[in-house]
Design a protein around this ligand. Structure first.
Ligand SMILES: NC(=O)c1ccc[n+]([C@@H]2O[C@H](COP(=O)([O-])OP(=O)(O)OC[C@H]3O[C@@H](n4cnc5c(N)ncnc54)[C@H](O)[C@@H]3O)[C@@H](O)[C@H]2O)c1
Length: 250
């Protein structure tokens, strides 16, 4: 595990989605280890229960919420639950996402809308609901993707949604001004359930294009998210940090 001893988030509150996923879990672990309250939104909330207990057996610093990320009403309720328990919000990390593989001609309207809804609309719903409750000095970190920069074969909807997140991130810096910093991370190939099939089918060729010669770990994304929320990144705003081991070209 990454050493979080130099980051102190005591008394701060993180709002996190996709908290049962690879990157989400590691983010929850690292922020809690640094002292933060962690509010976790997932649609697989039953699986989340044991995880929440391992983060904080007392339940004092952790809240699990059944979130349907693509629903604005669900995001509103999620934020309301967080504010009811912890009063305000310091950090927002929307990490829920889906990555279906489909050629453009195979994508139905419904499938396109679903990807946009979970990967992009959800971030808008969540951040809009958070605005009135965010503390001065807060930080939002969107989870984009290498796909948002270079595109992704047979994942056009996914790449388009992540490209949208990059533009959303830069736009929001103007809206939040000096109150809240807004940044993004763009992971490359990180070893989570999302990439199991990809690694199986194209792993060797992707490794050959990665100077570090391995796939990333979810903890290596979470630690950059924590850095971006920390005072060490106090003048980093509107930036996207690529976390890809050097994999930039297709
Ligand atoms: N793994 C990678 O290589 C990689 C690369 C680039 C970007 N990302 C991004 O990182 C984020 C986390 O991905 P991960 O690798 O941890 O994947 P993951 O599949 O392990 O986690 C995604 C989580 O999102 C949750 N989720 C999906 N739809 C939801 C919905 N409608 N409502 C609520 N929760 C929902 C899932 O239940 C899951 O727990 C995603 O946004 C993904 O696009 C991942």
């Amino acid at each position: 595990m990454v050493d979080m001893s130099r980051i102190d988030f005591t008394g701060k509150t993180l709002l996190l989605t996709g908290s049962n996923g690879g990157i989400g879990r590691e983010t929850a672990i690292q922020f809690r280890a640094a002292g933060a309250n962690v509010v976790m939104g997932e649609h697989t909330v039953d699986l989340d229960h044991d995880f929440a207990t391992t983060l904080d057996p007392t339940g004092e610093h952790v809240l699990s919420f059944h979130l349907e990320a693509g629903s604005s009403a669900s995001n509103d309720a999620f934020v309301a639950a967080a504010v009811a328990k912890f009063g305000s919000i310091d950090f927002v990390v929307p990490a829920a996402g889906i990555y279906p593989e489909q050629a453009i001609t195979e994508i139905t309207n419904e499938q396109w809308d679903k990807v946009m809804s979970v990967n992009l609309d959800a971030v808008f719903y969540l951040i809009r609901a958070c605005v009135p409750h965010m503390n001065e000095g807060g930080s939002i970190v969107n989870v984009a993707s290498l796909a948002g920069h270079r595109g992704s074969n047979r994942h056009a909807h996914y790449a388009a949604s992540k490209g949208g997140l990059l533009a959303l991130t830069r736009s929001l810096t103007w809206e939040f001004g000096s109150k809240v910093r807004v940044n993004a991370v763009s992971p490359g190939i990180i070893d989570t359930t999302m990439t199991t099939d990809l690694i199986e089918t194209r792993g060797e060729s992707l490794l050959a294009q990665t100077p570090l010669g391995r796939f990333g770990q979810a903890s290596e994304v979470a630690s950059v998210i924590a850095f971006l929320c920390s005072p060490a990144a106090s003048f980093v705003n509107g930036e996207t940090i690529q976390i890809n081991g050097g994999l930039y070209e297709s």
